[in-house]
Design a protein around this ligand. Sequence first.
Ligand SMILES: [Zn+2]
Length: 308
Amino acid sequence: MNENKPGILIKFPIFIDTMKKIAVSFLLIFVFTIISLSQSVPLRIIMIGAHPDDCDLGGGGTAILLSSMGHAVKFVSVTNGDAGHQTQGGGALAKRRIGEAQEAGKRFGVTYDVLDNHDGELTPTLDVRLQIIRKIRDWNADLVIAPRPNDYHPDHRYTGVLVQDAAYMVAVPNVAPDTKPLKKNPIFLYFQDRFQKPNPFRPDIAIDITSVFDKKIYAIAAHESQFFEWLPWIGGYLSEVPAGEKERLAWLAKQRSRPINQETSKSLEKWYGIAKASEVKNVEAFEICEYGSQPNEADIRRLFPMLK
Ligand SMILES: [Zn+2]
């Protein structure tokens, strides 16, 4: 009997050591599973514009990049676009524009909702504010992008106000109690614009969309009534619009290419590094809104995974 004792004494520490190794392995597997699960949960982004084509112009390239990475993007037009044409209008034009928005949505890889408010007549009423609160809640948004309230077009301006008005209320259960309030207030950003008063746009975030610029142009071209009819007519350059489809896309790409200003270049350098920033040809920039959750740099890299 005694002869066995030394053997037991030697084997017991080995057993403890093996158990420790197994426990550590399980712990590591658990931690890696949690990390990979958290990374695979798609982000939920909602962009809100006044007209069917506003989100497309302001954030379309970013939407293509996010959607191609498996994230869920929705565009919302707060008006139905029923005033944006020189010869058409009313219900028939709204119908045409909803069809164009659906086609654009397919090309961008996003879902596209058009709210039934008249174009050119938008005001920041409680009714429209509630429509927007419900859209943000239904999408369970992590990130909301909308125009700033400084803009030449009243619909753009009031869309900015309406989204600002929703930026706290989305988390308040007694407001629009028919939709579930968000547990966490999303992060709100503004689309880029050129307006200087009372303060110019600040490009806090700059996204390189060079690789998807042609796709963006193809997608916005779905809004035929706008880019090839209405905007050239009101801008006085209708005669410049080419007839062929290929020629139209090339013309639109040229028309929508913008030089990158100094502020945006600085932002690109911050997010991509100097070497990569110098190669960027097309960019979409966003400003952080003071309302809603305030992101730090890590939050921004999580919400824009192309920056990792
Ligand atoms: Zn617009």
